[in-house]
Design a binder for this molecule. Structure first.
Ligand code: BG6
Length: 518
């Protein structure tokens, strides 16, 4: 399929380009950290490269270490060479952007530092004519999120009714359970208006995730089938080949349930299951996503113990790369019971989905790196082929490949030439060959949206809390379980056998990605 084959009405929706970014000073808290170097500044560079930033724009890095503007620019330039997803880096564009990057030394918990920051911003707004629109990006350790928001408010830098735009981006994790998320919501909402708070889930910035809404609601042929009458079950997998690498300190407290399930998997889940929104505006879409979560009653302990599997990786090899057992990873407790894999069955109690299981799984150190949503349809009636087929007809399925090799494939039964047999064949749409377009990184889209105040791709307070309600129930059930029930899985596998049994006990199986052929 190529874009020129699409209906003109649909093209019009898809080509809605981002609103023009107003003159702004973006302040990054945690400016010497990994995220700033790997993702945030490369995203700003690509926005500049694609002419999406105004000339009246500045970036201020706020961090504790002493550093000059020049040193900071050099560090960011070196990181850009390493992490930019387009190469080579265009030096002319980087130089122009780097001239508008400044460093500010301050302690996150020191209110006076924020007063000084306010003075610096005031001066910059005059010297660089950037006006008084500010975007504050909390890319710090999560412990500082609440405090930083309060300090910004005390320095007069939070939301204002005077027409200037003061906005706050909060990185993940947003809380570590329902209670802490509610508390954090109260704190940040005490400083900034909800419309000015942008809670990041970078999965929403991925083009293929945004396409879920277009795929479902800009086509006439799928939506009539998208319900319990035709769909047997849904599988959502986010598989990673990497282990925890240097992030053991954070991860050992989080585990896969907090690090991936509560946010990225639930985003894919709600976008797949939601009802058509009243319009494409942020509140309509987010209302529908929250409704999905609200329609999942907190599962009972018995249900969770039967339908949620957690596991941890043992050591091994992925390809020829040796991966230590999780408990041997840097900054991980030697007797850690943290899960690096989770597979769970959820059921949505609403008219559309009643009785349709959604299986979600994610893990580290697995056989392949891929994110997929598979919609598995009910079997066709076998009246015509029962006599000739050895086996029952295979189910139709739709594979939505979020990453890598972004694609959508429909599987259907076809006659094997020369034989009286049906075999499942796959019809593919590949983004690479279908669209001759630049595929932006998630953070590029999210930054533009926050700069123009567009909230659709950010998580609303109630959505975060609903997701924690379910993850808390899962984690509580683990606390009540015998610790020895934590299975180990081999690196380079697709998780423990228990995760396979979760589906097999109902006559189903996980759909293999193309990368794993056997
Ligand atoms: C992050 C998690 O939010 O998402 C990481 O903290 C994970 O543990 C990452 O590796 C996965 O993101 P992506 O975009 O590489 O699939």
């Amino acid at each position: 399929m190529s874009i020129s084959n699409l209906d003109p009405e649909c093209l019009q929706i898809m080509s809605k380009s981002p609103t023009k970014v107003p003159p702004t000073a973006a302040v990054i808290f945690g400016a010497t950290g990994d995220l700033t170097h790997r993702k945030i500044v490369p995203a700003f560079y690509h926005l500049a490269k694609n002419d999406l930033l105004p000339d009246d724009f500045a970036i201020i890095g706020f961090a504790r270490r002493p550093k000059s503007d020049e040193e900071f620019r050099k560090d960011l330039g070196d990181a850009l060479e390493k992490f930019s997803h387009t190469k080579p880096v265009d030096q002319a564009i980087w130089k122009k952007l780097a001239e508008r990057i400044y460093y500010f030394q301050g302690e996150l918990d020191d209110p006076k530092a924020y007063q000084k920051l306010a003075d610096k911003l005031k001066k910059l707004s005059q010297s660089e004519k950037i006006g008084e629109n500010y975007l504050f990006y909390l890319a710090t350790a999560p412990d500082y999120f609440g405090q930083a928001a309060q300090n910004l408010a005390a320095a007069g830098l939070a939301s204002r009714p005077d027409g200037t735009r003061h906005r706050l981006i909060v990185e993940k994790p947003f809380g570590e359970d329902l209670k802490s998320a509610e508390e954090l919501n109260r704190t940040v909402q005490g400083a900034f208006a909800e419309k000015d708070i942008f809670r990041i889930d970078h999965y929403l910035g991925k083009e293929t995730v945004q396409n879920l809404i277009y795929f479902r609601f800009a086509n006439a042929i799928y939506e009539p089938l998208w319900n319990r009458r035709y769909i047997d079950h849904v599988q959502i997998t986010v598989a990673e080949q990497v282990g925890v690498e240097s992030r053991g300190g954070y991860y050992d407290h989080a585990g896969a349930s907090r690090d991936m399930l509560q946010n990225h998997l639930f985003q894919l889940f709600t976008l797949t299951a939601m009802e058509p929104p009243a319009s494409l505006d942020a509140e309509s879409i987010r209302d529908e996503k929250v409704k999905v979560l609200r329609s999942i009653p907190t599962p009972s302990l018995d249900f969770l113990q039967k339908n949620v599997i957690r596991a941890q990786y043992g050591g091994g090899f992925i390809g020829n790369k040796a991966i230590p057992a999780y408990r041997q990873e840097e900054k991980v407790a030697h007797d850690s019971l943290t899960e690096t894999f989770v597979a769970a069955r959820f059921e949505i109690d609403n008219w559309r989905w009643s009785g349709v299981p959604f299986y979600l799984r994610t893990g580290k150190a697995l056989a392949a790196q891929f994110t997929e949503i598979n919609i598995i349809f009910k079997r066709p009636p076998e009246v015509l082929f029962a006599a000739s087929a050895d086996d029952r007809l295979r189910r139709n399925s739709l594979r939505i490949r979020i990453q890598p090799n972004e694609s959508i494939s429909l599987n259907f039964n076809a006659k094997v030439p020369g034989k009286s047999e049906a075999e499942l064949v796959e019809m593919d749409f590949l983004y690479k060959s279908g669209f001759d377009h630049y595929l932006p990184e998630a953070y590029e889209r999210l930054l533009v949206d926050a700069l123009v105040g567009e909230s659709t791709l950010f998580t609303r307070s109630d959505e975060v809390e609903q997701a924690w309600r379910l993850v808390d129930a899962v984690r509580d059930s683990w606390r009540k379980q015998n610790a020895r029930d934590l299975p180990l899985y081999a690196c380079g596998s697709m998780g423990p056998v228990e995760a396979d049994l979760l589906l097999e006990k109902t006559g189903r199986h996980w759909i293999r990605p193309k990368e794993i052929s056997t």
